[in-house]
Ligand binder design. Structure first.
Ligand SMILES: *Cc1c(COP(=O)(O)O)cnc(C)c1O
Length: 359
């Protein structure tokens, strides 16, 4: 019996993918072994890796002048990878601060670059994004970094910021593949896999090739985009099983109709859940409407003492992972690509019942 899993990450994966992996687990397509037992240099694994890259390229229409890397160390590793690959020591680097993950990127960035926070949503209590065109990026900045979707705060950019000639860098961990994105506007997009792409253990980095010559001499090899690109992301042993599973998830997204279809479904799911919150006087969501995330929906009940009973009763009803992040409390429903609308409907029905009993 599978539950509806609203966890923010690691997160729910498509059942079809899990079953396919199960069917191939002990003998991958006649190779006589599991993917996790294969050499990463074997023709079998090299084909698995290349196919996953091709699928991601095709799903996101990644331009040929962008490299696609499959690395380790998570999105957190890339908080350092970005300045180490793009900024000369002490060079200015611009950041937008829209919440918890922005702040983590900023504090890692400060170790290596002269960080300039050019917009900060403190005044909105991190419940929105800066207005388009409301901030200025220094012309000598190595890049402009922003968090496309704040997984904890549930704040998502409804537009792509304009950084002029300065390379645009985004942390797309919890929103990649959830709807169309114009990759050609970006210098760098990075995303940890454990939200929308598959299991934990892998971070995807999409980087415009002309930016590969900017790395500091002391960049660690495991974070060195140029060296990783030259080695097809196999400068060292990659997380082979995670890479294979991401490939299966990408194939699943393709079969569902690609990112346009994902966008349609995700919009419908988000509308259903936000609509229920809006209509009720019991539940609330603190985020300004235009910046509401399609992927992570935080919500509150009138009395914090009801949070634990809510989460416990929801779990009883087969709705798992609804606690808010430990840093902010409340509740949060993560409704990634693999969450069907039936799961969101079940959550809305449960919320209605809970309100009737406790409101
Ligand atoms: C989950 C997440 C991270 C951290 O990912 P790790 O793989 O744990 O390093 C960073 N940024 C965002 C937006 C996230 O959602």
């Amino acid at each position: 019996m599978r539950v509806f899993n609203f966890s923010a990450g690691p997160a729910t994966m498509p059942l079809e993918v899990l079953e396919r992996a199960q069917s191939e687990l002990t003998d991958w397509r006649g190779s006589g072994m599991s993917v996790m037992e294969m050499s990463h240099r074997s023709p079998e694994f090299v084909s698995i890796a290349a196919e996953a890259e091709q699928r991601l390229r095709s799903l996101l229409s990644v331009p040929d002048d962008h490299a696609v890397l499959f690395l380790q160390g998570g999105a957190t590793g890339q908080f350092s990878g970005v300045p180490l690959n793009l900024a000369a020591p002490g060079q200015p680097a611009a950041y937008l601060n829209t919440g918890s993950w922005s702040k983590k990127a900023i504090s890692e960035g400060e170790k290596y670059a002269d960080v300039r926070v050019v917009a900060d949503e403190k005044a909105s209590n991190y419940a929105s994004v800066p207005d388009e065109g409301s901030f200025e990026v220094p012309g000598d900045a190595a890049y402009l970094h922003y968090t496309l979707n704040e997984t904890i705060g549930g704040v998502e950019f409804p537009y792509v910021p304009d950084a002029g000639d300065v390379p645009l860098v985004t942390d797309a961990s919890s929103t990649i593949l959830s709807r169309p994105l114009d990759v050609s506007r970006f210098g760098v997009i990075y995303a940890g896999a454990q939200k929308n792409l598959g299991p934990a253990g892998l971070v995807v980095v999409i980087v415009r090739r002309d930016l590969l010559d900017r790395a500091r001499a002391d960049v660690p090899s495991a974070l060195d985009w140029k060296a990783m690109d030259a080695a097809d992301s196999m400068l060292n042993t990659p997380p082979t099983l995670a890479w294979y599973l991401v490939g299966l998830v990408l194939e699943w997204v393709e079969q569902q109709g690609g990112v346009e279809e994902m966008g349609r479904r995700n919009k419908a799911k988000a509308d259903l859940l936000y609509g229920a919150i809006e209509r009720s006087d019991f539940y609330s969501n603190p985020v300004q409407e235009r910046a509401r995330s399609w992927m992570n929906v935080p919500f509150l009940v009138p009395d914090p003492a009801l949070e634990k009973p809510f989460v416990a009763a929801a779990a009883e009803a087969g709705l798992s992972g609804l606690s808010g992040h430990r840093s902010v409390g409340g509740m949060r429903a993560s409704i990634y690509n693999a969450m069907p609308i039936e799961g969101v409907q079940a959550l809305v029905d449960f919320m209605t019942d809970f309100e009737q009993q406790n409101g």
